[in-house]
Design a protein around this ligand. Sequence first.
Ligand code: UDP
Length: 263
Amino acid sequence: MPINLDTVNELLGTSYSAENINDYFTAVRTSPKEVVNVKDAVESQVGPLFYDMFFKNYTEKQWGISPEKLPKEIIARIPIRANRDNRYFTDKYQFMPRNGYTKMFSRMLEHPNIFVMLNTDYSKITGEITGNRIFYSGTIDEYYDYILGPLPYRCVSFALEKYDLEYYQKAAVVNYPNDYSFTRITEFKHFYRMERKERTTIMKEYSDSFGEPAYPIPLEKNKLLYKEYEHLNDENITFIGRLGKYRYLSMDQAVREILDLEI
Ligand code: UDP
């Protein structure tokens, strides 16, 4: 992922170049009257074969909903490339934090004005909160004690496994669209140059409708319910992030929105 020139040539045994790969896509792409759902969005770019191989079952596994019922926006960030670029994004600067995310967040949280309480139910400590502005990144329905009913979320769970191998897989992330119950395996070692040769840790990712909310489900009826919750908002609270806004934000978008907040 994403599908690019190499994906087509490797899978079909062809030798298209950047100059003529669009001939292939033009020949196989469908032309739905209106591109509404994930199936239309993919098939109208790369045709049914690539949709079936890469998107159909992965999307079903990831969301527990047929891709024909999911809006095209959930795959908007995934480009289809007529060249060999295999990155998701084309931003000029794309880096990992130098010493990893754990270190980055630990250092941020060391700030003297930041106080962290773990394993604490927010509703139990509201009386102790003295600030006059609250930024809430949890789920909005929980904040309002589900008075309008629960908003659906897709949840993920992670299983870590260790192996006595230098590497388990060839890339940092390998997706399993059609096999197994997990969606993908991440091998963190690929993100950094690691000295350690004899062991590696991988993480399998499972999607479920129960557990820790991770993804808002962008169906129209859910968006409407979110709007109703938003109307309950009292002035000193700002809901932020994927869960607070009930939007499928990428990390960079979530950060951008915070930087752009008018405080
Ligand atoms: N997707 C897919 N096959 C893949 C990768 C992604 O069908 O191999 C679809 C799927 O519906 C997924 C969406 O594209 O939910 C967005 O993928 P991404 O990897 O960006 O999702 P995230 O990292 O947010 O789980």
